[in-house]
Design a protein around this ligand. Structure first.
Ligand code: 3EB
Length: 338
């Protein structure tokens, strides 16, 4: 296949059960997949899967041929237009804390972007063991934020406006891992008017602010646009709201998702609706899953694609008081507006 064709290669997302995906030959596994409930050797998300369908994969598909490679600790696959990569680091093996770990991981990620020509991050997924635990005077999530922002600045990457869409989730076990989707073209970052941009959170949330935008619009083929929505929680302005009330937190999260979708609508002719999107729901306490799902289904409709395909995971959220976080992605016909 010629390089010209690869530059037009479309990007598609497909969610399917992990056993089905594992049975595919590597040539049909696309760029790669995030394996919720996966095993070592996969881009695994080490979190108990609470949804009925069991472990699932979010596969990111494009046209081959693909090239596989490594850059530092990053393992990647690309086709010249799109790239999916993963880096997993074990603190015990590396012998450094999360701040340095994040700097190493992101340093290798930025080297990968430079080496492959897929220079623009579209979406990042961060998984941190014991995210809310104190790491010697600073919460581990805040240590991660310090290392991440410093790595962005050191690489000359946009650490504030223009930061990529992301999530940062806590796991009980497993390595520190970052998975990422990159491409040759810059996405259009989207903010939520109900929330202070995370990269402008005040110092009370840690010495360096988180580095992410609320969502990204990504042209994925001629006439198709993806909306990639970052992890979204019960935060208004910069404050966590509805402390201790899991139903109210879920509703506020859904209101935030709706607000992000509306903000994105102003920048694209594509029409997005949460009931048609692939959602991942992170639940701090497994016992809360039924009420969270009830509020979620009340919003998207019990029979909707979003309700049928939602992946529910037991995991920690980046602020100790947050009980739920939801992320979503979808594709629709249209263009990103200039
Ligand atoms: C928030 O809105 C909730 O640090 O990359 C959501 C999405 C959150 C991404 C990140 C954190 C991150 O601040 C937490």
């Amino acid at each position: 296949m010629s390089a010209v064709l690869q530059l037009d290669a479309p990007l598609r997302a497909q969610r399917r059960p992990l056993p089905l995906w594992r049975a595919l030959p590597p040539s049909e596994q696309g760029l790669g997949g995030l394996a919720y409930g996966g095993a070592p050797g996969e881009a695994r998300i080490v979190a108990p899967v609470l949804s009925e369908g069991g472990p699932q994969v979010d596969a990111w598909l494009s046209e081959g041929p693909f090239t596989d490679g490594r850059c530092g600790r990053v393992r990647w696959r690309h086709n010249g237009r799109w790239l999916f990569g993963s880096v997993e680091l074990d603190e015990a093996v590396e012998g450094v804390g999360l701040e340095s770990l994040a700097q190493r991981a992101y340093g290798d990620i930025f080297a990968t972007l430079r080496e492959t020509g897929c220079s623009h991050l579209q979406r990042l997924w961060n998984y941190l063991p014991r995210i809310n635990v104190d790491g010697g005077g600073l919460e581990r999530y805040r240590q991660f934020n310090s290392g991440r922002q410093q790595a962005f600045l050191a690489a000359g990457q946009a650490a504030f406006e223009g930061a990529p869409a992301a999530c940062a989730i806590g796991t009980a076990e497993g390595p520190f891992s970052v998975h990422f989707l990159a491409g040759t073209d810059a996405p259009l970052p989207i903010e939520n008017p109900r929330q202070v941009p995370a990269y402008h959170y005040p110092r009370t949330y840690g010495p360096r602010s988180p580095t992410f935008s609320r969502a990204a619009l990504v042209p994925v083929s001629t006439g198709e646009v993806a909306l990639l929505i970052s992890g979204t929680a019960s935060i208004v302005g910069h404050a966590s709201v509805h402390l201790g009330d899991v139903t109210a937190q879920t509703r506020e999260t859904l209101t935030n998702l709706q607000a992000v979708i509306e903000a994105a609508q102003a920048r694209t002719s594509a029409r997005f609706a949460l009931p048609d999107m692939s959602c991942t729901i992170y639940v701090r306490h497994a016992a809360d899953a039924p009420v969270i799902l009830q509020a979620f289904e009340a919003a998207v409709g019990a029979g909707s694609p979003a309700a049928r395909e939602a992946v529910v995971l037991q995991a920690d959220i980046c602020r100790a008081e947050l009980l739920v976080e939801i992320e979503a992605h979808g594709v629709a016909r249209g263009k990103v507006l200039a």
